[in-house]
Design a protein around this ligand. Structure first.
Ligand SMILES: [Zn+2]
Length: 95
């Protein structure tokens, strides 16, 4: 009997140690990885359509951390400061 070949989806950082781990998809759609780091050796699997599986797929899909273009938010026009005397303890008390 031949074990169903798991499809190699790519690598993601090990959630435990950060080393790259190969994520594989089994014939039944379950994602799994086994960390090869000698001081980690974490193993996990994620059933299809779980949040974990979605996260792993997203991590694997991100080959290299693409430099996200910084959002250009229009700087709010500085409102002209009203000519006002600085608040003093006395003015705060209405004196
Ligand atoms: Zn690890």
């Amino acid at each position: 009997m031949v074990a169903a070949a798991a499809k190699n989806l790519g690598k993601m950082p090990c959630p435990h140690c950060g080393e790259p781990v190969a994520v594989k998809e089994t014939a039944s759609g379950i994602l799994k990885y086994a960390c090869q780091d000698a001081e980690c050796e974490a193993e996990a699997f994620a059933r299809p359509h779980t949040v974990a599986a979605r996260k792993w797929r997203a991590l694997v899909g991100a080959k290299a951390p693409a430099p996200a273009a910084p959002k250009q938010e229009p700087a709010p026009a500085p409102a002209p400061a009203p000519a006002k005397k600085p608040a003093t303890p006395f003015s705060m008390l209405g004196l």
